[in-house]
Design a protein around this ligand. Structure first.
Ligand code: ZN
Length: 275
């Protein structure tokens, strides 16, 4: 059983139901120790107001989601995307987030060369190093399930995330987000989590439903699916990670339609029994 003080709830779990102000108030009311903030909701109220409200509750911020998508083959587009990441870095600093979650971006239909696309993202990350260091923000690169290679992430395995961190060579700035939902299937998971070690800056959990209907927006509540979450949590802890365990459920057909207070209550219960 994880230490309940390590629970973080990603705002995405109640994204349609609650504004950021409501999520901050709601999680604090349920004595949840930490929140992970979604940028589109942050922009609705602005950085200063978000900071004021978060400070007022004492909530920790386990992450800011998300920035990236810098894989474009068009140099102007890629530069624009990197500028947006720089803005997100400043936002992460502004709310004292433990990390900025980074998604690489998918394969561009104008350039089907996957190896070149990956090289472009790695080069783009290197260009963000100075800005992140200046802001004191860790960029936690998150590999996604290979099915998201077109839409979201040419970074498809934890091994590749480790390889990129080796290549970047700036462990103070670049880390890794381990998300159980997108990595649980990987036969190399134990070795690559151990290899990641102190690079792990965020740990996300949700469950893979046996009848999943949407690869992005049909995540399950811990305990409702097939992922052996406690085993993965123990691997991440054995690698040296002692930060927040963040429940991150995008669920268009179920949890996004529920009473948000019930969602939070259920997460708190399942965190103790299923994570
Ligand atoms: Zn995640």
């Amino acid at each position: 059983m994880p230490d309940p003080t390590r629970l973080s709830i990603n705002q995405i779990c109640v994204l349609p139901q609650w504004s950021l102000a409501q999520a901050i108030e709601g999680l604090a009311r349920h004595s949840v120790p930490a929140i992970s903030v979604w940028r589109e909701k942050l922009h609705e109220i602005g950085l200063a107001e978000a900071r004021r409200r978060i400070d007022g509750t004492g909530l920790a911020v386990s992450g800011l989601c998300f920035a990236g998508l810098i894989s474009s083959a068009d140099p102007a587009e890629a530069a624009k995307a990197r500028d947006d990441v720089r803005r997100a870095i400043d936002e992460a600093a502004g709310i004292d987030a433990a990390c900025l979650v980074f998604l690489s971006g998918g394969v561009d239909a104008r350039d089907k060369d996957l190896a070149a696309t990956r090289a472009r993202v790695l080069d783009g990350l290197a260009q963000l190093e100075d800005h992140a260091r200046g802001a004191g923000v860790v960029i936690a690169i998150e590999p996604l399930h290979p099915m998201a290679c077109v839409t979201r992430s040419v970074l498809t395995t934890l091994k590749l995330a480790n390889d990129w961190c080796d290549a970047l060579g700036a462990e103070d700035v670049f880390g890794i987000t381990v998300d159980a939902y997108v990595t649980w299937w990987d036969p190399e998971l134990p070795q690559q989590i151990a290899r990641a070690g102190k690079r792990i800056r965020a740990f996300h959990v949700s469950d893979w439903l046996t009848d999943t209907q949407d690869l992005r927006l049909d995540r399950g509540m811990p305990g409702d699916g097939v992922i052996e979450l406690p085993a993965i949590r123990r691997m991440v802890e054995a690698a040296g990670y002692s930060g927040h365990v963040e429940v991150e459920i995008m669920s268009a057909r179920n949890w996004w339609k529920r009473d948000p207070d019930d969602v939070v209550r259920t997460i708190k219960q399942r965190f103790v029994t299923e994570v």
